[in-house]
Design a protein around this ligand. Structure first.
Ligand code: BDR
Ligand code: CA
Length: 313
């Protein structure tokens, strides 16, 4: 089994990732921590609890609130990209689920210390909580098996022409995480944008008599509506953050390479970009401009899109 901690900013696709992780027989979710991102922190927490209720997830899985803003930046949410309420307008009942009184960082620390097995931290949101953990409890964080994150891009961005939202939202935090000593796997926007279901598959889910399946269909279908008016919206109903969770259970469906990556934090149009060095042999020929531009991490460069989408269902 994969023993994981989930850090989320629920969020349409974070909701789908939570559904996938909780229901997957080989995934054991030890805690869910929330961070400011897609929507302000209190809404992230409420959405997360509603999704867990809909799943009938055990109350023993702690839910905790973490950072309510990025390290240096002001909060800049992406609610417009997730529907007016930040959850595609699906109607889930308000939650009575208890939320931990501890800060997310303390909940993560406890989970790591109390676990008999190494845990993987799966971060699907701006990396503020993860960076704080690395700075506050480095020895505890060092016990993690690794960090799997949705963020960055080996190609274009969405928040800016070159920056992906989760990294752009808190570039300093991302840099702390990318430059940490832990194994990091980046599931970036270029892959994120391509893994999804077609309209017919979504319609089939939405028509289900099972309310949870209908909700999933509505979440997926939201991406096809192209609310933001950008021409040429996604061709598929993206499974989004859930794809990063899929990479845990089916890495063989992904093309994963160890590549030097740098998070750009300087002011200006490149802030928040992840520069992924895909040239051949970086580091082998420093004199000729092939010095490594950042630490090597595992970058998901491509996925067997249909197979991953099937796995998600
Ligand atoms: C990322 O930003 C959020 O909108 C999504 O939940 C995802 O984690 C994509 O850039
Ligand atoms: Ca997210």
């Amino acid at each position: 089994a994969h023993h994981i901690l989930l850090d989320v900013d629920t969020g349409v696709d974070d909701a789908m990732a939570i559904m996938f992780a909780i229901r997957h027989p080989e995934i054991d979710v030890r805690a869910i921590t929330c961070v400011d991102g897609n929507v302000p922190l209190p809404r992230v927490v409420e959405h997360t609890c509603r999704v867990l209720d809909a799943l009938g997830a055990p109350q023993q899985i702690p839910v905790a609130a973490g950072a309510s803003r990025p390290l240096l930046e002001s909060p800049r949410d992406a609610a417009h990209a997730h529907g007016a309420d930040g959850l595609a307008g699906i109607e889930l009942p308000a939650s009575e689920r208890p939320v931990s009184e501890l800060h997310a960082i303390e909940v993560i620390r406890r989970a790591i210390e109390e676990s008999a097995q190494p845990l993987t931290l799966v971060a699907l949101a701006p990396l503020t909580n993860v960076a704080l953990l690395l700075r506050m409890y480095p020895e505890v964080a060092a016990q993690l098996e690794g960090i799997v994150l949705m963020g960055g891009s080996a190609a274009v961005g969405n928040a800016t022409p070159v920056a992906e939202f989760n990294v752009w939202h808190d570039p300093e935090a991302a840099r702390i995480v990318f430059e940490s000593e832990l194994p990091v796997r980046m599931y970036g926007l270029d892959v994120f944008d391509r893994v999804g279901l077609d309209e017919a598959a979504v319609a089939h889910l939405t028509a289900s008599t099972d309310p949870l399946t209908t909700a999933l269909g509505e979440l997926l279908g939201f991406w096809l509506r192209d609310e933001d008016g950008v021409p040429g919206g996604p061709e598929v109903a993206r499974i989004g953050d859930a794809g990063a969770v899929c990479s845990l259970v089916a890495p063989e469906l992904m093309d994963i390479r160890s590549l030097p990556v740098r998070v750009e934090t300087s002011a200006g149009p490149a802030r928040g970009q992840t520069i992924v060095d895909r040239r051949r042999g970086p580091g082998e020929d420093a004199e000729h401009g092939l010095a490594e531009i950042g630490r090597r991490i595992d970058v998901v460069l491509a996925a067997q899109e249909e197979a991953v989408a099937r796995l998600f269902l």
